[in-house]
Design a protein around this ligand. Structure first.
Ligand code: SF4
Length: 342
């Protein structure tokens, strides 16, 4: 069954907050949002679905539950029509922790929302304050608990390299997202957009954007926490459908189209390397086979075969092969020279 996502971008829409990294204010001035046009957008998208597709409507962008109540209900009514007739199977939205309360969750339940993605960004009050998020870590914890208790799927969104953040605060945030019952996560390394407070802070030296290498390493470390806790990481880095990653909009920071692939590649490298260190590779003339799951080849081998090259060099491997198999568990097999044929 093909999973099809129908993203509906809801921009700033009068958000009263002023998060330093946010460029929604400048975007929303340029991309006017007209709720009524969503009806046509949805109808067009639904018309492209095939029988048997698992389609989901996703209200992304700003804070869905923070927009004016009439617009929110109007959008939910539009979406429910497709849930009721069976053409769409699920609804998801993204919002902020302080726009979650009993009343809002009651409305979302009534309209059959399945998944709520919460823009947590950090679970550290020092970082939240430096980013002028306008809510505390306690608010975030409370919102996560309420979402899970009301039977919604929770997805936690966090950022890497925010002002005043360090690796410790990022690892802690990832751990709390897992402990609070999230089923999914997104990791966004901080990109500095023009026309934001963060851009001013970077220009004045108050904030130093993280490098691409740092973004990869720090994202990899939180990704490992999510994977170890069976929290599915849906995305690492911004994507163009989020209307945010065009190069002209970016002043500085790790805005790389293949960031997710690079981060996952690094995690694969660490994992394969630690298996080899544990095994004490001793296969100088034989063949070393890394067994991976289906669809994992490019991440395991790394961009431009970077992982393969580093492993061969470090462990003195002459023949290294990556093999996709029916397995969820990464493993390494060593075939000594006398037992394999070319
Ligand atoms: S990040 Fe979200 S909450 Fe913060 S200013 Fe932008 S739209 Fe508002």
């Amino acid at each position: 069954m093909a999973h099809k996502n129908i993203p509906i971008f809801i921009p700033h829409l009068g958000c009263p907050n002023a998060c330093v990294f946010c460029n929604q204010r400048s975007i929303s001035g340029k991309n006017k949002f007209v709720p009524e046009s969503v009806a046509l957008e949805l109808e067009r998208a639904v018309a492209t679905l095939n029988d048997g597709d698992y389609a989901e409507i996703a209200f992304f962008g700003g804070s869905f539950t923070g927009i004016d109540r009439d617009s929110m209900i109007y959008l939910l009514e539009l979406a429910r029509k497709y849930i009721d007739d069976g053409r769409v199977k699920a609804l998801r939205c993204s919002t902020r922790p302080d726009y979650i309360n009993e009343e809002i969750l009651g409305i979302l339940k009534k309209y059959k929302m399945n998944t709520i993605e919460l823009g947590l960004q950090s679970m550290n009050d020092r970082v939240l304050s430096a980013c002028r998020r306008g809510h505390t870590a306690d608010d975030a914890e409370r919102a996560c608990r309420m979402i899970v208790e009301h039977g919604f799927e929770l997805v936690g969104q966090m950022m890497i390299g925010l002002p005043d953040a360090d690796e410790e605060s990022e690892l802690y945030t990832a751990k709390r997202i897992c402990e609070l019952g999230a089923l999914g996560a997104r990791i966004y390394p901080t990109v500095v957009f023009y026309e934001t407070e963060l851009c001013r802070m970077a220009e004045s030296g108050e904030y130093t954007p993280i490098s691409l290498d740092d973004a990869i390493r720090r994202s990899k470390n939180v990704l490992r926490i999510f994977e170890d806790n069976n929290v599915k990481c849906i995305r690492v880095g911004l994507c163009s459908s989020e209307n945010l990653a065009s190069d002209e909009a970016v002043y500085a920071g790790p805005n790389h189209a293949a960031l997710g692939e690079l981060v996952m590649g690094e995690l694969f490298y660490d994992r394969i390397r630690s298996i080899m260190l544990h095994d004490g590779v001793n296969c100088p003339d034989g063949e070393v086979v890394v067994n991976i799951g289906h669809g994992e080849m490019s991440k395991a081998v790394g961009q431009h075969r970077r992982n393969a090259k580093r492993l061969c060099e470090e462990f003195g491997i002459k023949k290294l092969k990556f093999k996709e198999c029916d397995t969820d568990t990464l493993s390494v097999t060593y075939i000594q020279k006398q037992t394999y044929t070319e």
